[in-house]
Design a binder for this molecule. Sequence first.
Ligand SMILES: Nc1nc2c(c(=O)[nH]1)N[C@H]1C(S)=C(S)[C@@H](COP(=O)(O)O)O[C@H]1N2
Ligand SMILES: [Mo]
Length: 250
Amino acid sequence: MSRLITRRNALVGIGAGLLAGCDAVGKSGTGRELLFTAENMHRWLQRTISSPTALAPEFSRAQMSPYFRTNGNRTADTPDYQALLADRFASYRLAVDGLVARPLSLSLDQIRSMPTRTQITRHDCVEGWSAIGEWHGPPLKLILDQAGLSDRAKYIVFHCFDRFGANSYYESIDLIDAFHPQTILAWAMNRRNLPVGHGAPLRLRVERQLGYKHAKFIRRIEAVDSLAGIGRGKGGFWEDIADYEWYAGI
Ligand SMILES: Nc1nc2c(c(=O)[nH]1)N[C@H]1C(S)=C(S)[C@@H](COP(=O)(O)O)O[C@H]1N2
Ligand SMILES: [Mo]
């Protein structure tokens, strides 16, 4: 298994060990409080051991996976997305709002004309598969700077077009990850426009975290000071329905 996954397991192990040594927490806490504490511990440990701006490994073109699977939703089965798809996203607009000085509504042409970062990174899905691909798009920082983030903003939320049943997919990250140099809004993958299966026209790459944090089919980016009012309040679709960790650092 990879070095990164090993490091992640080591960190979780350290967190669990510290918790096991803390009887008061073990006896009084419910399972959920313990998990929540372990998760905070994981975030704190990772951020303490490695610099918040440390880069995820990058690879050469020769190391790219010949096949990169699609996972989760492979399209957005909603009329608004299907209408955009039919005109090849000509009328797509990315909304950027919430705690910002200047709400934005950006066309794909505007997004594609911004300075870009290209990175060949490994995607690690919680289900146990990985793939190396090349991603291309503007750093999220440039878009947040253009919108003028308020001092009160603590999280960046990504609202997606797709849903599972009645629940729309969404995800969120803190400002350390939002301003990380490898956090980009990818509009190209492997030097082609982002395919529908991989989240066209725009998806997040947040390279220090597991796959489910990389929101595909983004329609709106919202800056908030709390995650409580969004979805069921745990900061993401899988966090809400399956108790996945909100902080999925690798
Ligand atoms: N909007 C949206 N984003 C999503 C998902 C999804 O179902 N919908 N699945 C997540 C999961 S679990 C993974 S592993 C990756 C899969 O990205 P890929 O299809 O490009 O492999 O997207 C993530 N982002
Ligand atoms: Mo995943």
